[in-house]
Design a protein around this ligand. Structure first.
Ligand code: DGL
Length: 266
């Protein structure tokens, strides 16, 4: 048994969608979350910059003595993790594999859309992961960079969000996909807007649920489960604590108390 916390990080608030699922599946695991709101978005930055930021994010969480790391950010999972994974001495989970598996389980017609940040789409990791598992499906990708800003602004379900979604999703819609991977932690918060544009019949997939189950399986396998009955949640952000609390509360549907500002660059 191991009562140490699990470290979770993302480029901003979106990773709280992953935290929410982990809290459901593993209610007595303590979590330390870092949201790099001060440097978000990662998805439009170069691979070198994303790797540099990721090293700092990981070093910060490891300094908090976490027993495992969850990379909630798709862009980090796609661009940086393959480069630095071997140097991380605790078990690490990422979001691409779980998202790909979940999409393949849900699709009926084998026509899968992937939306994500420009960095994730350009890396091709999602298409490769899906086609490796099933070469017979068709995959259609689209980068939707403004979605992250909409979410960080709290514009999840308004007219501006809908118009932007119409524009980004029109080509994927034409391809008659039956499943859409929300390949960015922020996008599940736009789920209602995306549903209005794509229709009820298109299944939306986020990695969060699948990742939480994979995390539970790994904890059981490595016998790293917490013995404690009550979990402790601590949050760090590289930007405004107030804004983090305000939007974080909406994402988690619960008040967030322990939030501290941190400068991971120094
Ligand atoms: N959290 C990032 C991801 O899942 C998206 C936001 C960003 O561009 O920083 O890819």
């Amino acid at each position: 048994m191991d009562d140490r916390p699990i470290g979770v990080f993302d480029s901003g608030l979106g990773g709280l969608t992953v935290v929410k699922e982990i809290m459901k599946v593993l209610p007595n695991e303590s979590l330390i979350y870092f949201g790099d709101n001060g440097r978000t978005p990662y998805g439009t930055k170069s691979k070198e910059t994303v790797i540099k930021y990721t090293k700092q994010d990981v070093a910060f969480l490891l300094s908090k003595d976490v027993k495992m790391l969850v990379v909630a950010c798709n862009t980090v999972s796609a661009l940086a993790l393959p480069e630095i994974r071997d140097s991380i001495k605790v078990p690490v989970l990422e979001v691409i594999g779980p998202g790909a598996r979940s999409a393949l389980r849900k699709t009926k017609k084998g026509r899968i859309g992937i939306i994500a940040t420009p960095g994730t789409i350009a890396s091709g990791v999602y298409s490769r992961a899906i086609l490796r598992m099933n070469p017979d499906v068709r995959v259609f990708s689209k980068a939707c960079p403004l979605f992250v800003n909409l979410v960080e602004e709290g514009w999840w379900n308004n007219e501006i969000a809908r118009m932007i979604a119409e524009e980004y999703l029109k080509d994927i819609k034409k391809e008659k996909v039956d499943t859409l991977v929300l390949g960015c932690t922020h996008y599940p918060l736009l789920s209602e807007t995306i549903r209005k544009v794509m229709g009820d019949e298109v299944a939306q997939v986020s990695s969060a649920e699948e990742l939480a189950l994979a995390l539970k399986a790994l904890i059981d396998e490595k016998q790293l489960g917490a013995a404690q009955k009550t979990a402790c949640y601590t949050y760090y952000t590289s930007d405004s604590v107030e804004k983090f609390k305000e939007l974080g509360k909406l994402i988690l549907s619960a008040n967030i108390e322990n939030v501290e500002r941190v400068d991971v660059e120094n």
